[in-house]
Design a binder for this molecule. Sequence first.
Ligand code: AMP
Length: 114
Amino acid sequence: MSDCIFCKIANKEMGKLIYEDDQVVAFEDLSPQAPVHVLVIPKKHIARISDVTDGEDACLMGHIMVIANKIAAERGIAEEGYRIVTNCNEGAGQSVWHVHFHLLGGRKLGWPPG
Ligand code: AMP
């Protein structure tokens, strides 16, 4: 989608990727909320997690979890613990309309979230 900032990052028109495969990219969050704060996104433009249906897109979301786990291990936070979270719609804090998963760790994470 031409006016989507995360599509631009996935297409390497801006930003810097820390991971890429045929389906997924990952990059550092612009405004990190923890020592590790990476965003993992599908290359395919899907506006929000509630738009994901069973089938191909569901597999893609599973693949994103695998990649997030891999990055967590590479960053050395797998043992201590980390969080993978996606915000769906404005009430939950979504501000970019291309589905993305926050990988957060490297500090104690509070629960429940704010
Ligand atoms: P959310 O509020 O859950 O939609 O998360 C959007 C996230 O994208 C926020 O944590 C922002 O800091 C981050 N963000 C916005 N623009 C960029 C960008 N150009 N590069 C990296 N992260 C970004």
